[in-house]
Design a protein around this ligand. Structure first.
Ligand code: 5GP
Ligand code: SF4
Ligand code: MG
Length: 458
């Protein structure tokens, strides 16, 4: 999912709309915006792309200077309309709205306990657990924390919720007069802070959402940080008394984040390209062309081409009007889905030896169809190379990898996968190669659980 927040901007709803539009790649199922005019919070939610949910009139009606928004794809709780965020709630001190990127690993236990004590949940989303924990909290704030006078009522509730949940959360909370940004102590999902020339503040999943509104990147929200922005200024707290080693999601660099974004203090483009270069150092093929599987394989393919000296050609054309929301009611049509999205360029492919580069291989169904498609277009040899290691385990922290049964590398050897896909050779970037590529500049401390099964928190 993607989150975006704004403080001190008379066009808060419009700014949030633009930010969410830039974050659309992080979730296409639904979108929502909540705005406060200083006294009341209003929100609008809907299914589908941001441009489908919000018309000009909707944005005009969402009046106020502070706002948060969310684009969703379902990792927990299914694609029920009741799960569309931000969630809104009243509590004894007023009201708040909340938008969450990530996934909690103990949401079911907490939910069961709360339900036993009479709580009524209105969604199936793990995020609603936060709403209840905040509304129910009673403990005083941790004794090592000095609270600003504006924060004495609500912030202890947030701190208490943080001490109970485990897992991944980059959160935005909207109060009547405050914007609050929260990142879990491992820092699984990205969250950045920005500022515009006219003095508005923004918080977003990725910097591409700051670029679209011409805001400047200031810094990352730190793992474990709670940042409060209101009329008294900006304050940050670190309420959890235990520090964790950061476990930033390496898959954001491999696939999920946009290549023009700066996340975790590094450029996605540079790291993705480095993964392609490393792939070329690990596995050389005698071939005529490097062919990227657009769009996700493009930057790694450029790195591979540069390092190997094999020219890159666009041998597959991508139709950009096919989203994940494309209606696929019948199996026959679903089987066509790769052809709806990608079509080979026969003139490039015919009689050629190809290095085909994609970012990752998850189920294997897409790759099998691509190889078949290239074969039928006359390719002489097809070498499929992935700029990440085999995905062997599901993600519990907010990326929608399928169950272990559907993960092809959890059930087959590389040679069996090669045979299933029908490629002449198949090579995955090594785990070491991926981590070293990502560490090239300044990064340290990644989650790599979907590649090696080492879950930082369960
Ligand atoms: P496969 O060959 O496993 O069927 O598909 C691999 C393709 O799916 C790659 O091109 C990759 O970009 C894309 N992909 C990687 N991770 C994800 C994910 O988490 N969700 C979806 N929907 N696609 C993904
Ligand atoms: Fe990212 Fe994989 Fe870890 Fe999930 S399991 S947070 S996708 S590295
Ligand atoms: Mg792809």
């Amino acid at each position: 999912c993607g989150v975006f927040g704004v403080f001190n901007n008379t066009a808060a709803s419009h700014m949030t709309f633009l930010g969410l539009h830039a974050l659309q790649h992080r979730g296409q199922e639904s979108a929502g915006i909540a705005v406060s005019d200083g006294y009341n919070i209003n929100l609008k939610l809907g299914e589908g792309l941001v441009t489908r949910v919000f018309k000009q009139e909707d944005l005009n009606e969402l009046k106020g200077d502070i706002g948060i928004g969310h684009v969703r794809y379902s990792t927990a709780g299914g694609s029920d309309p009741k799960n569309i965020q931000p969630f809104f709630a009243h509590f004894y001190g007023g009201s708040f709205a909340i938008a969450h990127n990530g996934n909690l690993v103990n949401a079911n236990q907490i939910r069961a306990e709360l339900e036993k004590n009479g709580a009524i949940f209105r969604s199936t989303s793990d995020t609603e657990v936060f709403v209840h924990l905040i509304a129910k909290a009673k403990e005083p704030p941790p004794s090592h924390i000095m609270l600003h006078k504006n924060d004495t009522e609500f912030l202890p509730l947030v701190f208490s919720a943080m001490s109970k949940v485990r897992g991944a959360y980059s959160l935005l909370i909207l109060r009547e007069k405050q914007l609050i940004a929260v990142r879990d102590p491992y820092g699984f999902r990205p969250l950045v802070l920005g500022k515009s020339r006219d003095g508005s503040y923004f918080v977003a999943s990725e910097t591409c959402a700051l670029d679209i509104i011409d805001a400047e990147y200031l810094r990352d929200i730190k793992p474990g940080e709670v940042l409060v922005i209101d009329d008294a200024g900006m304050r940050s707290y670190f309420p959890l008394d235990h520090a964790e080693n950061p476990k930033k999601c390496i898959f954001e660099f491999v696939y999920f984040a946009r290549p023009d974004s700066l996340i975790f203090q590094d450029w996605v483009y540079e790291i993705r390209k480095e993964m392609g270069r490393t792939l070329a150092k690990e596995f050389r093929v005698d071939a005529d062309y490097v062919i990227p599987v657009l769009d996700s394989g493009l930057i790694a393919a450029m790195g591979y081409s540069e390092e190997s000296g094999i020219p890159m050609e666009i041998g597959l054309i991508r139709n950009h009007y096919v989203g994940r929301s494309f209606i696929q009611p019948k199996q026959e049509i679903r089987d066509l889905s790769v052809r709806l999205k990608l079509n080979p360029v026969r003139q490039v492919i015919e009689g050629k030896r190809l290095v085909v580069i994609d970012d990752s291989l998850v189920r294997g169904t897409t790759s099998k169809k691509i190889v078949n498609m290239l074969r039928r277009a006359g390719a002489k040899e097809i070498h499929l190379l992935l700029s990440s290691p085999p995905v062997i385990s599901p993600c519990y922290y907010g990326i929608d990898t399928p169950t272990k049964e559907e993960l092809i590398a959890a059930n087959k050897t590389v040679e069996e996968i090669r045979e299933y896909i029908g490629a002449d050779s198949l090579y995955y970037l090594s785990l070491k190669g991926m981590i070293e590529s990502a560490n090239k500049h300044r990064q340290k401390g990644f989650c790599t659980a979907c590649f090696d099964g080492n879950y930082p928190v369960l």
